[in-house]
Design a protein around this ligand. Structure first.
Ligand code: SF4
Ligand code: SF4
Length: 303
């Protein structure tokens, strides 16, 4: 008997109007091969399901350390620390934590289960010209699952979009994008060295896949997260334009940096490199936007 495919999802957001045309349901897949310094979804990075800990809710009763059969939880420096390699998901800790400071980061769905969940909003997709968007994390990390899921959405004539870093082998990328109506393609930096410094990987594979998607005739929107100290200048805008023109991209979304994730980093007990950076407002990006518009792009600020 073959095992049924399962996808690990960390959020499903309904009635989204920023992730493609119309009203959409956006499915956030867990796991990401990049490690962007400004990441807004730190809980999405680990491709495994994990026990998550909200230290603000913790009453420091230490019950979890006593009920864990694998000694995977220690209490140290006024907080608990979980050794995820020792955890076998017995869930004793979650079930015995009085203030619910512990919970599972993600949830597994079969294709049927996920389809059932997203199709609850079919009427909104139909009326608004919307559909389903895959996001993350990086959805392509769960290739086998998303290909099946996208095929089923296509059979139901639901519009499909995917927000992607494009960081996956080109053969797999090819298979996935053949089931997409639209691609929101993250282009974080035009320079490979800076890309690697701030995300952990070079942009070479990403740009290869971008070229591949363009040659395949896909409908592509380039999404540029505008990040202080990384790519936030008019000079950067001009250099992005050279790159995007080379790849015949016409649509651009500039996404202003925000630090709303600060609370998540604090909750997870992780250091956030952008903790002292202020949110960028739309007005802060107007100059960059003008450069794109003057160069003939269909550009806008935000999704
Ligand atoms: S059982 Fe819950 S409240 Fe008690 S120490 Fe563990 S995480 Fe904190
Ligand atoms: S789920 Fe079970 S094994 Fe994992 S940390 Fe909690 S009590 Fe320990």
């Amino acid at each position: 008997m073959t095992e049924e495919l399962q996808g690990l999802i960390f959020n499903i957001q309904k009635f989204s109007v920023h992730d493609g045309p119309g009203i959409r349901t956006t499915v956030f897949f867990k796991g990401c091969p990049l490690n962007c310094k400004w990441c807004a979804n730190p809980e999405s990075k680990d491709p495994r399901n994990r026990i998550a800990y909200n230290h603000k809710n913790c009453s420091k009763c230490k019950t979890c350390t006593q009920v864990c059969p694998n000694s995977a939880i220690e209490y140290t420096n006024d907080r608990i620390v979980i050794n995820h390699d020792k955890c076998n998901f017995c869930l004793n800790c979650i079930n015995n934590c009085p203030p619910h400071a512990l919970y599972l980061e993600g949830k597994f769905y079969t294709v049927d289960e996920l389809l059932k969940e997203v199709m609850k909003d079919e009427v909104f997709f139909t009326k608004s010209g919307g559909g389903v968007t895959l996001s993350g994390g990086e959805p392509t990390l769960q290739k086998a699952f998303i290909v099946e899921f996208l095929k089923r959405l296509q059979e139901l004539k639901v519009h499909t979009n995917m927000e992607t870093t494009g960081y996956i082998d080109t053969e797999s990328f090819n298979e996935i994008i053949s089931h997409l109506d639209l691609i929101y393609f993250d282009i974080k930096h035009y320079d490979s060295t800076r890309h690697k410094l701030y995300t952990g990987v070079s942009n070479k594979l990403i740009l290869n896949n971008l070229e591949f998607a363009v040659n395949a005739g896909k409908n592509i929107v380039a999404r540029i997260p505008v990040i202080p100290r990384f790519n936030y200048s008019v000079d950067d805008a001009r250099k992005f334009i050279v790159l995007l023109k080379k790849h015949q991209i016409k649509q651009v979304h500039l996404l202003p940096f925000h630090n709303y994730a600060l609370g998540k980093y604090e909750m997870m007990g992780q250091e956030y490199e952008y903790k002292d950076d202020k949110n960028l407002q739309n007005a802060d990006l107007e100059e960059m936007l003008s450069v794109f518009l003057d160069a003939g792009f269909e550009a806008r600020i935000g999704g």
